[in-house]
Design a protein. Structure first.
Ligand code: ADP
Ligand code: MG
Length: 378
């Protein structure tokens, strides 16, 4: 079921188009993340859902109700911001009780609901403390409790982990996921951190410059990005550029990158210009003959994973992330590189038209992707 639907939403601040004609839907009970670089319009989307601002044009629906002009107070959304924004002089209990008091709940109901919310964020026993007596992670959990205590229809989180240091970030991230799973509440989170987005979301809406770049599951965005921007934003990307011929992408420098060369539905025509995406975890370093010869330029040993920077004999830099072994290749070592040609994803926006109308795999593929996008946003 659709929880929130944006239909042709534009939001301008003077001459700045913060949001430029976007349409998409969020599913009821799902965790949706709005991901994108700073200034791409994420907070604006959240503020539009909360009713803090109104769109310049377009409409917003919840279920089948048009809420475009509904005041914020009537929308029943719970909000958590980057800075906890707790009331410093109030106890934890009173902080969490605040939205219930505004709603004129009875003292008995307040006691019961605040108790429940404290349990849900595992802070029983903290009711009488003041915010400054809690860690940053605990304060953010209080902010979460305050956002859910009145049983909102939608939970909105704007960079809720950004102000926390690494360990606390993980703590609150786990808390958010557990809370969302146990309550089944429709949740929309804003973040610029692709790792957070991947770990928490059912669906990701990737934004760039006020527009939607791609909508999909974390897996789809990572393995089947629609654009070069998407490929680069979600993790490390090796881009293999060249012309496609006989099971490989041939670069101008003379590298032969193995690639199955199949567009979504049709085979590519020989000579088509393409960009293949090869994730670093797909690259194998072999001692025997491989597809390419190269040299280790840098070794970054991180314990669980070793990140190699390699350079082919012809000069292209490639990244390889290798797990489950020691960093046995040293800087300067000669290596052979291999990968499964099936694992090279051809970027849909990379294949230039080489044939006439009706014989254009790029257009075909763009079509397919478009249909897929439509399906995702139903
Ligand atoms: P994000 O949350 O992705 O960093 P925002 O939604 O906050 O992005 O902002 C999107 C764009 O709109 C930015 O260019 C920002 O400067 C602009 N913007 C946001 N709010 C205002 C405002 N109140 N007045 C003028 N410009 C704004
Ligand atoms: Mg923001």
């Amino acid at each position: 079921m659709t929880a929130v639907r944006f239909k042709g939403i534009t939001k301008s601040y003077g001459s700045v188009r913060a949001i430029d004609d976007i349409s998409f839907s969020m599913h009821s009970g799902a965790f949706t993340t709005i991901l994108g670089p700073s200034g791409s319009g994420k907070t604006t989307i959240l503020s539009l859902i909360a009713g803090i601002i109104e769109p310049t044009s377009g409409s917003i629906e919840v279920g089948d109700r048009d809420i475009t002009h509904l005041p914020a107070a009537e929308r029943n959304t719970g909000l958590v911001f980057q800075s906890y924004a707790l009331f410093p002089h109030m106890t934890i209990f009173d902080n969490i009780a605040f939205p219930l008091r505004i709603r004129k709940a009875s003292a008995a109901e307040i006691r019961q609901r605040v108790g429940e919310a404290l349990t849900q964020v595992r802070l029983e026993g903290f009711a009488d403390r003041k915010p400054h007596q809690l860690s940053g992670g605990q304060q953010q959990r209080v902010a979460l409790a305050r956002a859910i205590v009145f049983k909102p229809d939608i939970l909105l989180l704007d960079e809720p982990l950004a102000a926390l240091d690494r360990n606390l970030r993980e703590e609150v991230r786990i808390e958010i996921r557990a809370l969302q799973h146990s309550l089944g509440i429709t949740t929309v989170m804003v973040t610029h951190d692709q790792e957070e987005a991947m770990s928490l979301s059912d669906h990701v809406v990737l934004m760039s410059d006020g527009r939607i770049e791609q909508v999909g599951t974390p897996d789809e965005l990572y393995h089947r990005p629609a654009t070069r921007f998407a490929a680069g934003f979600l993790g490390t990307a090796n881009f293999l550029e060249g012309t496609w011929r006989e099971g490989a992408i041939r670069s101008e420098r003379g590298e032969i990158f193995p690639s199955h060369g199949k567009a979504l539905s049709k085979a590519l025509s020989p000579g088509a210009r393409v960009t293949g995406l090869l994730r670093p975890d797909e690259v194998c370093l072999a001692s025997g003959p491989g597809a390419l010869e190269g040299r280790v330029v840098d070794v970054d040993f991180l314990g669980e994973v070793v990140r190699y920077t390699l350079k082919t004999v012809q000069g292209q830099e490639l990244r390889a992330h290798v797990t489950g072994q020691h960093a046995r290749h040293k800087e300067g070592a000669q290596v052979h590189l291999t990968w499964d040609p099936e694992r090279v994803w051809l970027l849909p926006d990379s294949t230039e038209a080489t044939g006439g109308a009706g014989d254009d795999p790029a257009a075909d593929r763009a079509d397919n992707l478009h249909q897929e996008k439509e399906r995702m946003t139903q």
